[in-house]
Design a protein around this ligand. Sequence first.
Ligand SMILES: Cc1cc2nc3c(=O)[nH]c(=O)nc-3n(C[C@H](O)[C@H](O)[C@H](O)COP(=O)(O)OP(=O)(O)OC[C@H]3O[C@@H](n4cnc5c(N)ncnc54)[C@H](O)[C@@H]3O)c2cc1C
Length: 467
Amino acid sequence: MRMSGIDALRAQLSGRVIDESNTDYDSARAVWNGEINRKPAVIARCTGPSDVAAAIAFGRERAMSISVRGGGHGYWEAALPDGGLVIDLSDMRGVSVDPGSHRAWCSGGATIADLDVATQRHGLAVTGGTVSHTGVGGLTLGGGFGWLVHKAGLTIDNLLAAEVVTADGRTLGVSADEYADLFWAIRGGGGNFGVVTGFEFRLHEVGPLVYLGLFFWGLDQGMEVLRLGREVAASLPRDAGLLLAAGLTAPAAPYVPAHYRGTPGFGLLVAGFGSAQEHAALIAPIREALPAMFEFVTPLPYVELQKILDESAPWGSHAYEKSLCLRELSDESIVAFTDLIPRKSSPMSFVQIFPLGGAFAAVNDSDTAFGCSRAARFVVNTVAVAPNAELLATDRAWARSAWQTLVSHSSDTGGYLNFLADDDSDRVHTAYGPAKYQRLAQIKARYDPDNVFRMNPNIKPAMLQKP
Ligand SMILES: Cc1cc2nc3c(=O)[nH]c(=O)nc-3n(C[C@H](O)[C@H](O)[C@H](O)COP(=O)(O)OP(=O)(O)OC[C@H]3O[C@@H](n4cnc5c(N)ncnc54)[C@H](O)[C@@H]3O)c2cc1C
């Protein structure tokens, strides 16, 4: 049965309104994670703040569950409500750059690739994720780290202003000077506070040509690789980025010798944003310390570096993840990693270890709402990825038990909102810690007292909390 008022909504919006009567309904409701198969009643493809405000009013009048979709890469299944309303920003992908002031204005539904391509025309960039089809919206609101985190900090550390449509339909320009409380909350508090229709970022000079060193070892060398990665991370210069990949499967890429393709192992990926000589000096000790099974060292455009892991996470993958932030990569954790890797079943599953430092560590904990403490030096993400639901079921159990083991070796440093899945709802509070959560809950009460934006890792308005 068709929902009442849907034609009126269609007439009101400049963007499309999609429901089950539309032939592209199934593709419109699809998100990156093939495991999420929900059937919203209405998908409002908004084109700007007035569309967003009209869609919010429509949903509120009907007491619908309202969700917001940026790039569609979220792990939170309930973010796509059955029978609810999706405020879909995927037609809002424009990016404009002012090279003189090193600033970019990015629409709320853009992908990292949209942002990179536009900024790189001017040799500029802002920290984005390591998979280019991820959305800027969700990534930024939770924090955002990638290759540039040492050089430029988190994506939110470079957010200068934003345009936010609040639950009552107002469009607010927020920055350090205007609605400063809301500006603080959206830098780490996720989609809890409103629909962000535009982000203004500070940009940094990057590339266009940068450097990659990818080193790959077999499963039997995991311990040495992770210890080496820990050493490289400890002295990583700001002009470099590092990713440790445990359990990575060597891809069928031209740079991988044919007989190693499909082999599971441990990888170190070192990106350099300075000169070729600086990158060479950075990777020389790696070669010396531990000769790799194969390596791939090359200059490449920054936009290509940003896509280097895209194929490891194609649209429609069935995925689940469990993460934690660590102050140190202890020997005990390293032993645990090497022990758990051979127990995974899907070749696509692996453990990502993102070192954090440099510009990330130079920001105070209280400056933003980011969950993990700035004292954290690694974000560890146990990622179960599979081509089908059956294989995912096996590796979901693997990811959960691996996480339990790792937790026993970790100190409490909070958690990264963007790596939480629905069964982590009790971790939202611990991710922030009591003081930060309380501050967020008070801001939530000011801007969304009825908890309209609750289909997410939810921060409850202060007055709705149990005493
Ligand atoms: C393959 C893959 C790789 C990843 N790599 C990284 C990485 O390298 N670094 C990293 O930091 N994270 C990474 N992530 C995590 C990623 O940051 C989160 O999944 C993020 O939520 C994705 O944002 P999205 O806009 O694509 O997703 P969506 O599912 O569209 O959004 C997720 C949630 O964010 C909120 N939201 C999104 N856009 C808006 C908006 N404009 N206004 C208000 N609320 C909004 C909504 O609550 C929504 O439910 C990765 C995720 C995947 C799947």
